[in-house]
Design a protein around this ligand. Structure first.
Ligand SMILES: [Zn+2]
Length: 214
C-alpha cells in the first residue's frame, strides 16, 4: 500500500513538475487602420499570441496586410487582441507536442495566430495552418496558425494560412495570382468568388466569423 501511495504521489508530482511556466506578460488591443477595417459582412476577431520574441510593429504590419487581403471576401478585421506570452525556450518554436502543451495550458480565443521563433516540424515550413480536418489528434490546436520569425512576406503568409483555417481545407490553387497558390508571393493575393464563399460559409459555420457590424 505505501508503495502504491508513493507511486500515486509521484505521478502527481511529475504532473506538476512537468507543467512549464506559461505566462501572459502583456495584453493589448490592436486596432486596425481604417483601410483594413472596411465595412464587411463578416467580422473576424483574432488572437495574436507572441511567443517567439516578435516586435509589435512587425506583427501589426503583417496582420494589417492580411486584413487588407481578406477584405476582398467581405471580411472585416476590426481589432485583435495581442498577447505577449512568456514561454520556456523549449516552447518558442512550433513543435506539435510542445505547442499542444501550450495551447492546452493557455486556451485562447480562436482563430489564434502564434508568432513563434522557429519550427521543429519536419518538413519545416514558414507557417502552418491547423483546421478542424487536420487536428483530430490535437484538437487544442484547431483553428490556429503558426508562423515563424523571419518568414518572407508575413502578411501574405498569414492571409493564406487564415484562409486555410476559415475554409477548413488544405487545398491549393496554383492559378497565377491566387492567394492559395502553394507558393506565397506578393503577386499571389487574389481569391475567387468560390473561395470567398467557402471562407465565409465554413468560417461562419465553425464560429470563426460573426455577422458584420459597422
Ligand atoms: Zn497553403
Amino acid at each position: 500500500m505505501p508503495a502504491l501511495l508513493a507511486a500515486l504521489a509521484c505521478i502527481y508530482c511529475d504532473a506538476i513538475a512537468a507543467t512549464p511556466d506559461f505566462r501572459v506578460e502583456d495584453r493589448s488591443t490592436l486596432r486596425m487602420p481604417s483601410t483594413a477595417a472596411t465595412n464587411g459582412q463578416h467580422t473576424l476577431t483574432l488572437t495574436l499570441a507572441n511567443i517567439g520574441g516578435w516586435n509589435d510593429t512587425g506583427i501589426t504590419a503583417a496582420v494589417t496586410t492580411a486584413a487588407g487581403i481578406l477584405a476582398q471576401c467581405g471580411l472585416r478585421l476590426a481589432e485583435a487582441e495581442l498577447l505577449r506570452i512568456r514561454v520556456p525556450a523549449s516552447h518558442r518554436d512550433f513543435d506539435t507536442p510542445r505547442s499542444l502543451e501550450l495551447a492546452r495550458a493557455l486556451p485562447l480565443r480562436k482563430p489564434a495566430i502564434y508568432f513563434a521563433a522557429g519550427t521543429r516540424q519536419r518538413p519545416a515550413f514558414d507557417a502552418e495552418a491547423i483546421g478542424r480536418g487536420n487536428s483530430r489528434t490535437r484538437p487544442e490546436l484547431a483553428d490556429t496558425v503558426w508562423i515563424i520569425h523571419g518568414a518572407r512576406d508575413p502578411g501574405i503568409v498569414i492571409a493564406h494560412e487564415l484562409a486555410h483555417v476559415l475554409m477548413d481545407s488544405g487545398e491549393h490553387d496554383n492559378t497565377p495570382g491566387n492567394l492559395m497558390a502553394e507558393e506565397t508571393t506578393p503577386d499571389n493575393t487574389r481569391l475567387t468568388p468560390a473561395q470567398c464563399a467557402r471562407i465565409t460559409a465554413t468560417g461562419t459555420r465553425n464560429g470563426l466569423l460573426q455577422a458584420g457590424v459597422d
